[in-house]
Design a protein. Structure first.
Length: 350
């Protein structure tokens, strides 16, 4: 199947693109930087030559599967996700042969189970999965609390330490960098950013102009690196960072005007793993095919949506003097854009 242009991607997702453009205009109003929403959403797909998604995501790893009571997305993005399938069948109590091809076996197991059973069993095994629309009711895309003293400073010159990986966090860092912040990307010696395995051109675009540091996290060096920052962007569980000697609340309390941005699938206190396609399904950010079945929209769409929403929340918080801990949930960001009607109201960081 032939790859698609950015214009074709936009045409297939026009309603929610318009809603995200309203968010981007609010970011521009506060920060002064125009955002090319179409490029942020779909350039990676164009560079990679991805086809239009169906019940399989554009990159081919995530699958929308019918169950006894609805639909579930299961993302086999990593080798360990595929390796976990026999255990998944066992947890579900299905007798799918371990030798079954991954997608065929997964379809059969889903066909015999509820959407919530599949999603819960997969998450138990750290396989990213979500019931369609699981977070449409309730959640907030950005939850902000003030944990430090405010101090209003221009974004220009602030030091952003980006501990995140893949797409959402680095996009937030890039937008802050374009507003004048000095960005340092920090990677672990043992776990480099998985996005390096994708399009080199797209990776360069996300990180152009940023300094880069590779740190042995086990050496105890990370706290000193974080201490240099005015803004931290990360996507880890709080307890994982605490084991490395990094505590968001202590970082914020140590100096006025700092900002901490934690980007995860479902919130900083939720252990469920998520990537862009399954998080979008959790938020109900999907389309319909000609038979009325749900299909994926765009390319890992919760990632760039989250990056833009996180950047907007960041500039709002910094305009108020900072001191905030912002918890940004990808699934809830997707749900915000999936809602019909007016553009989402900008969330207050406090």
């Amino acid at each position: 199947m032939a790859s698609r242009s950015i214009r074709a991607w936009v045409a297939s997702a026009e309603p929610f693109v318009r809603r995200l453009e309203a968010v981007a205009r609010d970011f521009t109003r506060v920060g002064g930087l125009p955002v090319d929403v179409a490029s942020e959403l779909f350039l990676r797909a164009e560079l990679a030559g991805y086809p239009e998604p169906t019940q399989t995501s554009a990159n081919g790893s995530c699958h929308l599967l019918p169950t006894t009571d609805g639909w579930v997305a299961v993302n086999l993005a990593r080798p360990e996700d595929v390796a976990a399938l026999p255990a998944l069948y066992a947890v579900l109590g299905t007798d799918v042969p371990d030798s079954a091809p991954p997608l065929a076996g997964l379809r059969e197991a889903a066909r015999r189970s509820t959407a919530e059973q599949v999603a819960s069993a997969a998450q138990l095994l750290s396989v990213p999965a979500a019931r369609l629309g699981a977070v449409r009711e309730g959640g907030r895309a950005v939850v902000g609390v003030r944990r430090g003293e405010p101090r209003v400073r221009p974004l220009s010159g602030l030091h952003v330490v980006d501990l995140s990986a893949l797409w959402a966090g680095p996009l937030c860092a890039r937008l802050l960098g374009q507003l004048g912040a000095r960005v340092t990307k920090v990677e672990s010696t043992t776990r480099p950013d998985g996005a390096r395995r994708g399009s080199p051109e797209f990776y360069r675009r996300l990180h152009d102009g940023h300094a880069s540091r590779v740190v042995d996290f086990a050496s105890g060096a990370l706290p000193a690196v974080v201490a240099e920052a005015d803004v931290v962007i990360e996507g880890s569980r709080p307890r994982a960072l605490r084991r490395l000697g990094v505590v968001a609340e202590e970082f914020l309390a140590a100096r006025p005007g700092r900002l901490w941005i934690g980007i995860t699938g479902y919130g900083r206190e939720d252990d469920r793993v998520a990537f862009g396609d399954d998080a979008a399904v959790a938020g109900g950010l999907t389309g319909l095919d000609s038979d009325g079945r749900p299909v994926f929209v765009g390319d890992a769409i919760a990632d760039p949506v989250t990056g833009i929403l996180a950047a907007r929340a960041a500039v709002q918080a910094l305009a108020e003097g900072g001191g905030h801990l912002l918890s940004v949930a990808m699934a809830d960001c997707a749900a915000t854009l999936a809602d019909d009607g007016a553009a989402p109201t900008p969330p207050s960081p406090c």
